[in-house]
Ligand binder design. Sequence first.
Ligand SMILES: CC(C)(COP(=O)(O)OP(=O)(O)OC[C@H]1O[C@@H](n2cnc3c(N)ncnc32)[C@H](O)[C@@H]1OP(=O)(O)O)[C@@H](O)C(=O)NCCC(=O)NCCS
Length: 131
Amino acid sequence: MVTIRKYSKQHDEANVMQLIANEDGWDYANSDMAKQYKAALEQSVTYVAYYDNQICGYSRSLNDCGFYIYVCDLLVSPTYRGHSIGKQLMECIYAHYPNHVVYVMSGVDGYYEKVGYSKEGSIYLVPNPSV
Ligand SMILES: CC(C)(COP(=O)(O)OP(=O)(O)OC[C@H]1O[C@@H](n2cnc3c(N)ncnc32)[C@H](O)[C@@H]1OP(=O)(O)O)[C@@H](O)C(=O)NCCC(=O)NCCS
């Protein structure tokens, strides 16, 4: 049985950081970023998914002053993929923020299309004039 609940630093920080450390290509647990990312987990709209006592996924989102929620990070442990945990982590945001519009910053369009999300606009990188 999967339980999804709000993130708590005390109970979840070490588990989420371990999940990230185990995922190829996710750098937030590296020594140069870990401290900043732990603070981000706490300050963001963050949910964790557990199967029994085992962490199986999390999401981290930004609340744009009550207008929109932007999902920045979504990760499900490889062991637990394909059981709709990713979908449930996204849906639980509406349970807590029913009057917001939720957008996800996609790194995997194929997945979001598969779960039936519609594409609205796109994201552009603003070049830094001082670089
Ligand atoms: C993307 C991710 C969160 C999906 O989690 P999940 O709990 O397995 O997702 P769900 O169970 O809701 O959906 C699984 C379905 O999506 C499909 N899927 C997963 N990743 C996909 C991708 N990149 N492209 C297309 N389809 C994908 C699976 O094949 C599966 O299809 P099936 O039901 O026909 O077998 C998970 O694969 C993951 O953590 N990936 C690595 C991190 C990542 O890419 N995060 C998103 C960054 S924005």
